[in-house]
Design a protein around this ligand. Sequence first.
Ligand SMILES: [Zn+2]
Length: 313
Amino acid sequence: MSERDDSYDPQHAVHTKKGRYYCDPATGEMLVSVTNALDEHAIEALAPAAAKATAEWLMDNLPKAIRAAADPEDMEAFIKEAKAQYKVQWEKKADLGSRVHNIAEAINLGAPYIPDEEAEPFVESYRKFLRDFGVDIRRRDIKAAECTVLHRGLGYGGTSDIWAYLTFDGPTSPIVPRFRPRKVPADPIPTPSGLWLIDIKTSLTKPASAVYDDRVLQLAALRNAEVALVCPPECRYGEAEFHDSSHEFPVPEFVGTAILNLRETTYGFVPLPADQAAFEAFCGLLPLARYVHELDLRGFKPVQPPTNHRKAA
Ligand SMILES: [Zn+2]
């Protein structure tokens, strides 16, 4: 999933063989990205999702599959192609997600953007969210957009999509009727008014109510980062001699954290409990990611049996 256009990369992000890292412009130190650390937490849904994408591609290519089945070499080539398809599809999705993010950022900054037909329905859903939740760009309700945040003490970095001031009717809000849960009580969800940390998720297929456990960990990691960076272009790559403390400010306190699911015709704003326990769970992944990324097992192979035993036999 690394063949993406670099222009979409967040500030200070670096591609490595071990996934995304952030390079601290103050020290040059490499800090593991929040989502990279989260990859150490096995997401059960990934394998079935890959299987589904593979099966769908196979159905779309059935005549070719049947032809390939007649010849062992053709079959091997076909299977190789089929195996790569889920990645191709996921990269396409990641690319669309990045484009939607970039346009949302432009909207937040009141900046112009190049129209993008495929991204436009999601952008329209984003505008609807802004209208429905009374977020006014001109009133500076959005405090930050696509902001790189670091936790130097714990050695991680990430990108936070939106920090927005939201005003709700009361301390809790009712769930949208069609999304009311069936197996647990449909309790109102805490929605204090104030500054919220919001992460945008784009999907063509998942419902606007979709939530996953790693989202909670991600929000907790972003919310608990120490500093946010607002660097000029000259210190965006590597350790920068121009970098100084005026490019940094402390990450503020948030009254709530949420994901904003953008869909083609709708959206879902889902507050999630990214609390201290979620943060501690995320922190548990950091030593694991650090250890596994350093581990090199290439030299470890089966050894020969001891010769003295071989003689005896
Ligand atoms: Zn800087």
